[in-house]
Design a protein around this ligand. Structure first.
Ligand code: NAP
Length: 542
């Protein structure tokens, strides 16, 4: 496993000296900013007890930053047996990321030797394992620890956590880092249980099955399917794709890094930083494409229309390759082998709706398609943030009831009535054009500032004011209404009623600006914190 660059844990010495040279006003702001100029919390500060749920990019990233800030009073609860989140769960053949590796990693934990421009799943998972070990997070991680409920106690100002094994715990702060795409969705198709063959979801790939010579049916053709179908097509005797909507698929400008480039990144840190920044900037400029009727959107639409035409001449039907919605409304996909795969003799694309699943195949549009293996590429239950965890806030308010019309949070991170509950990759923080790791880092910085405030100002809890949440969401809804996602297409970015609950409303630079300096005036604070322990604490077994 290649190393993640050694971190500073905790940051002392040089940082404190630099910080002390700043003018007093700036120094006070820098101390609140969880960037490199922030000194670690003072020794002896009673830091809050923090429960982080999930050990993907969000949970591990926050753990690493807490340690850099000198805060050790946290536990990362992970329901599985290892770290990695979505990159641990999605092991299907061909799994890879469509964001370049140097941007799809934490800026404070760079990996100098990514092997290729677009990383594959094993390398990303190894990177995350590297982050956990480099930042020595092992002693904070608790595996097989599934939080089933979190409830705020109005009297004590603490959160009670309930775990699947029946134990409980009490903490001051809860940070959910469970992601948006962690619960696979399998449609309840008529006759599904009668299917006599093998079946599994792409996010729970059954590696024990040798697919050689199989008759495979794939239901759902999205970002995952366009990666695993090309990887298994050559093995199958037949592969039938049940495609409800068509994707826009652009070429993937992937390549391995040459030894010269790897040496440059290793020896000239500025070159790697500049490369990373240039990717971020180029990707953020692409945001224009996602505004309704934008000039760049029209140009890209034209380019796609032109690129698709030869596929129809090559023998693919229009229904199989021509989308009926504007470009960008669903996630834009990249692949070099998708269209060549569709042209393979063993591949059939079925666009008729599925009538029923039978013992030995699928009936669609009145025709039977034989299959002995059924793979679902039907995505995730994306709009039920935090589910199935039960979350109860002040005065017994149930979070999922409050969100019955769609999830909503202040800048995607805090919800009024749920003090000291912070969300990473929460509602309206997903992107269609840039790296989600960049967004998660902005959130980690914001949450860290709030946690420092709790520790250093001895505040018991912070609860975002309803008017602050309402104002940021009014702005968000107005901005989202001008995006291409509001067009008439079906996507995991929206609820069944069409409310866009998953995506951020602009370039990631805008999110950076709005979250760089948390406005503490946006929060109601409770009085002094009760005495807090400094470090780990034990769970109470029932
Ligand atoms: P997805 O893109 O949401 O695709 C799900 C597919 O299942 C869609 O084609 C959908 O059709 C279809 N479907 C859903 N219910 C169906 C039903 N009842 N009958 C027939 N078809 C049905 O899911 P995914 O491929 O798992 O990807 C989800 C997200 O994961 C991506 O958008 C991306 O953000 C992330 N991902 C990222 C990468 C990466 O490179 N970073 C790779 C893989 C996944 P409709 O379109 O008609 O709804």
């Amino acid at each position: 496993m290649s190393p993640v660059t050694r971190p500073r844990v905790p940051q002392t010495g040089r940082i404190s000296r630099l910080s002390s040279r700043l003018p007093a006003g700036l120094r006070a702001r820098a101390a609140r900013w969880p960037g490199p100029l922030a000194p670690p919390v003072e020794q002896g500060t009673a830091t809050p007890r923090i429960a982080i749920i999930g050990s993907g990019f969000g949970g591990l990233g926050l753990g690493a930053r807490l340690r850099q800030a000198g805060i050790e009073s946290f536990t990362i609860h992970e329901k599985a047996a290892s770290v990695g989140g979505t990159w641990r769960d999605n092991t299907y053949p061909g799994a890879a990321c469509d964001v370049p590796s140097h941007l799809y990693s934490l800026s404070f934990a760079p990996k100098l030797d990514w092997t290729r421009k677009f990383p594959e799943q094993p390398e990303i998972l190894a990177y995350l394992e590297g982050v956990a070990s480099t930042f020595d997070l092992g002693r904070h991680l608790r595996f097989g620890s599934e939080v089933t409920a979190a409830s705020f106690n109005d009297d004590t100002g603490n959160w009670r956590l309930d775990f699947a094994d029946g134990s409980t715990d009490e903490v001051d702060v809860v940070v959910s880092a469970t992601g948006q795409l962690n619960r696979p969705f399998t449609p309840n198709l008529p006759g599904l249980d009668s299917f006599a063959g093998i079946r599994f979801h792409s996010a729970r790939w059954d590696h024990d099955q040798d697919l050689t010579g199989s008759d495979i049916a794939v239901i759902g053709i999205g970002a995952s399917a366009i990666q695993f179908v090309p990887a298994i097509a050559a093995k199958a005797r037949s592969i039938t794709l049940f495609q409800r909507s068509v994707n826009y698929v652009a070429p993937k400008p992937d390549k391995e890094f040459s030894p010269r480039v790897l040496a440059l990144f290793r020896h000239v840190p500025m070159a790697r930083r500049a490369y990373r920044a240039s990717i971020w900037l180029r990707f953020d400029v692409r945001w224009m494409l996602f505004r309704q009727n934008s000039r760049s959107g029209r140009l890209v639409q034209k380019a796609f229309d032109k690129g698709i035409r030869p596929l129809v001449s090559a023998g693919l039907t229009e229904q199989a390759v021509v989308p009926d919605y504007p470009v960008g409304c669903k996630r834009l996909l990249i692949s070099n082998d998708w269209y060549p795969t569709l042209l393979r003799p063993e591949v059939t694309v079925v666009t008729a709706p599925i009538d029923e699943i039978r013992t030995d195949g699928i009936l669609a549009g009145g025709q039977n398609y034989p299959a002995d293996t059924l793979i679902f590429g039907t995505g995730f239950q994306s709009t039920g943030f935090l589910a199935p965890m039960q979350v109860t806030g002040r005065r017994g308010v149930d979070l999922h009831q409050q969100w019955s019309d769609g999830a909503e949070a202040h800048l995607g991170m805090t919800v009024t009535g749920f003090p000291n509950l912070f969300l990473l990759y929460g509602p309206n923080t997903n992107l269609g054009h840039n790296s989600i790791v960049f967004m998660i880092e902005r959130q980690i910085g914001y949450v860290l500032t709030c946690i420092r405030t709790l520790a250093e100002d001895r505040v018991a809890w912070l609860d975002v004011r309803p008017e602050a949440q309402a104002a940021s969401n009014r702005k968000l809804v107005a901005e989202l209404s001008r995006t291409v996602w509001a067009a008439n297409c079906h996507s995991w970015y929206k609820t069944a009623s069409g409310r866009i609950t998953n995506n951020w409303s602009g370039p990631s630079a805008r999110y950076w600006l709005r979250t760089a300096w948390p406005r503490l005036a946006d929060f109601e604070r409770s009085g002094a914190a009760a005495t807090r322990p400094h470090s780990g604490h034990d769970r109470v077994a029932r």
